[in-house]
Design a protein around this ligand. Structure first.
Ligand SMILES: [Mn+2]
Length: 400
């Protein structure tokens, strides 16, 4: 290696190492449980209890060093009677902490026609009570973000008053917002369709932004990367929300068709890079760190769940590291001077850079394995949980 190339490599590594210090990715508890499609479920030795979910998530953090928190779903993870102190102790045992708290107002029979937007006041009250319970649980667990997602909507034209439902949603969210502690946040997620196929009450970022503003100063928008129409420019939404100081966080996943919940960056890594680029650009320009929760919202029906989360964390690190390499001073200059190919090349050069040596350097500095996936495979954890978790379901001994 000549000296110039050596210097360039060293400076790339220094940038990557510094950038990765600031990247934390939250894992979803439900990503470690057996999930399926509406056509069927293929079983793995997946986590069933909250303890097992913390244990499995703890493996991802142990080997990647970048996933210290676990998002919890109140209905699935924290049933009535759960003692917060025990949950905290359990998480600590596995080296992680509870992260964002998701209420569940879409699964019970009562929510057939929606929750906070429901035409019936008693259903709206029931949903609000559950969300207020979730806010309280979040406070007891020291969790900052409350992250409701609403399936509310309708399937046929004319069957619902879109405006009335909007107002009911706004009313409920405001009450949820007002129950938050000073340091807590309400992150409002949107989704264009599914399960509702005619109209969804919070269908896009503009609706989520409107509701976040009417809720109050502690509300922000949550961008789930799978919750857009095919051609939508997600990084533009990100740029606008950043500029409005209204971007609260992400649910990361990738997609080919709709809300496919595939592995981050598996279909379109350049898209993820462009999102990170907007965030880094904002931070470079303002000198402020964007206050964003990076969360994963994926379900892995075919890949091994723990391995897949390790793969996701590694992918996020690499794409974030690439975005950190963008020379924003040069980019801004090229943009202002309307040198299109030069500006575009700055993006492409950063994206094309092999940042893996820098990521490995960061891992060495943190005393983490250079190859987290290989280290996990060698650890024997999968073999152990296969043994321990066999025999407790109808599929005993039949894990593929
Ligand atoms: Mn989501």
């Amino acid at each position: 290696m000549n000296t110039d190339a050596g210097k360039a490599k060293a400076s790339m590594e220094a940038v990557v190492v510094e950038a990765l210090d600031g990247l934390k990715i939250e894992l979803p508890s439900w990503g470690f449980a057996d999930t399926g499609t509406r056509f069927g479920k293929f079983l793995q030795p997946a986590a069933q209890t909250i303890e097992e979910k913390f244990a499995d998530a703890g493996q991802v953090h142990q080997f990647t060093g970048t996933c210290p928190t676990v998002a919890l779903h109140v209905l699935w993870d924290l049933p009535k009677g759960t003692k917060p102190a025990e949950v905290l102790k359990m998480a600590e045992l596995f080296g992680v902490r509870p992260g964002s708290i998701s209420p569940n107002v879409f699964e019970d029979q009562i929510y057939k026609h929606g929750s906070l937007s429901n035409e019936q006041a008693d259903v709206r009250r029931h949903a609000l009570d559950h969300i207020l319970d979730s806010v309280r649980i979040a406070q007891e667990l020291g969790s900052r973000d409350v992250t409701p997602w609403f399936a509310d909507g309708s399937n046929y034209p004319g069957t619902a008053s879109i405006r009335a439902r909007k107002r009911w949603m706004a009313e409920g969210l405001k009450q949820a917002h007002d129950a938050l502690d000073e340091n807590q946040r309400l992150l409002i997620e949107y989704k264009p369709f599914e399960p509702a196929f005619y109209h969804t009450d919070i269908a896009d970022w503009g609706m989520a932004l409107t509701l976040a503003r009417s809720s109050g100063p502690k509300a922000r928008v949550l961008v789930d990367t799978g919750h857009h129409y095919q051609a939508q420019n997600i990084e533009q939404i990100v740029a606008w929300l950043l500029d409005e100081d209204m971007l609260g966080g992400f649910h990361f996943n990738d997609r080919r068709y709709a809300d496919d919940d595939l592995t981050l960056g598996s279909i379109d890594p350049y898209q993820v890079f462009r999102i990170f680029a907007e965030i880094r650009y904002y931070e470079w320009e303002t000198g402020r760190r964007a206050d964003i929760a990076f969360m994963v919202d994926q379900s892995h029906n075919l890949k091994g769940k723990i391995e897949e989360m390790i793969q996701t964390a590694m992918t996020a690190q690499e794409l974030y590291a690439k975005a950190a390499l963008i020379d924003f001073a040069a980019l801004t200059k090229a943009q202002r001077e309307q040198r299109l190919i030069d500006a575009e090349s700055i993006y492409k050069d950063a994206f094309s850079t092999d940042v893996r040596p820098g990521v490995r350097e960061w891992r060495r500095a943190k005393r983490l394995p250079e190859d987290p996936l290989a280290a996990f495979r060698e650890s024997g954890y999968m073999e152990r949980i296969k043994r321990e978790r066999a025999g407790r379901s109808a599929a005993a001994g039949k894990y593929a």
